[in-house]
Design a protein around this ligand. Structure first.
Ligand code: DGL
Length: 273
């Protein structure tokens, strides 16, 4: 049974969810966070739906066992299959895709771009959700990259890797920005907000929408509504679990500016047959 001092769960296929944990630490510094990154199986976006659902359910169960009071599904790819996973946890789950679509709803724009994994792109979930709430004339363009999430995962701070990241960004985003003249772009994969510096340099002046900000705001509102905000007055800590490389996860946490990391621990990955 969770209470005000229970932790908040944040999960992703990799380190992408760090972009969400970072926003939560800024907005709700008193909350304890548990992070799960499934580094052994990244990129999720290239797996089948059945596998994504199975791997996501494994992580959801991990969070349920730790009695989190809210769960942030900080992976757009998993957010696409929420209806097949959400029954695994008893707490409210806030997902990245809904947050991204909600963030667009308040904007006065006619042409929006979305960049995501191939899986997210193929579901057409963003265009559908954004158009549900937008005006009739709103055009939503989407593109999916097969390797950008994984490239970001392993390239932060490495000039050669970052050159590959920028090559991939140019390839995917270039046509939407230069030919289609999108007025803003939703970062529909949580890894991408970790390289906004590169995106701004390649496409100066392009407004970016990071669903992480909306997720953190949604979480705050949810905790206030349920009377579950941590009010002990102590700064909250962050415990990171990964099925991947513990040292790499610790390094990336420092690189992206995560604070108060208690520990980074290995957790056995789900076996995929
Ligand atoms: N950060 C995940 C997302 O938001 C990346 C998915 C993947 O592993 O392909 O979709």
């Amino acid at each position: 049974m969770s209470d005000k001092t229970s932790p908040i769960g944040v999960l992703d296929s990799g380190i992408g969810g760090y972009s969400v944990a970072r926003q939560v630490q800024r907005l709700l510094p008193g909350e304890d966070l548990i992070y799960f990154g499934d580094g052994a199986h990244i990129p999720y976006g290239n797996h089948s739906e059945e596998k994504i659902v199975a791997m996501a359910r494994y992580m959801f169960r991990f969070m349920e066992e730790r009695e989190v009071k809210a769960l942030l599904v900080a992976c757009n790819t998993i957010s696409c299959v929420m209806d097949r996973c959400a029954d695994t946890v008893s707490c409210p789950a806030i997902n990245a895709v809904q947050a991204g679509a909600d963030a667009v709803a308040g904007l006065d724009v006619e042409k929006v771009g979305v960049i995501s994994t191939v899986f997210t792109h193929n579901t057409r979930i963003y265009p559908k959700k954004i158009k549900e709430r937008g005006p009739e004339r709103l055009v939503v363009l989407s593109c999916g990259s097969p390797d950008l999430a994984k490239l970001v995962e392993h390239s932060l701070g490495d000039p050669r890797g970052m050159a590959e990241v920028e090559k991939s960004l140019r390839l995917e985003l270039g046509p939407m920005v230069e030919r289609e003249k999108i007025q803003c772009c939703v970062l529909g994969c949580t890894h991408y907000p970790l390289v906004t510096g590169s995106i701004h340099r390649l496409f100066p002046g392009l407004p970016l929408i990071d669903p992480a900000e909306e997720m953190a705001r949604g979480l705050k509102a949810d905790l206030e509504r349920r009377g579950l905000k941590n009010e002990t007055g102590k700064p909250g800590g962050l415990t990171i679990y990964t099925t991947g490389d513990v040292e790499e996860y610790a390094l990336r946490a420092r690189q992206v500016g995560l604070e108060r990391v208690n520990s980074v621990e290995f957790y056995p990955p789900m076996e995929i047959l």
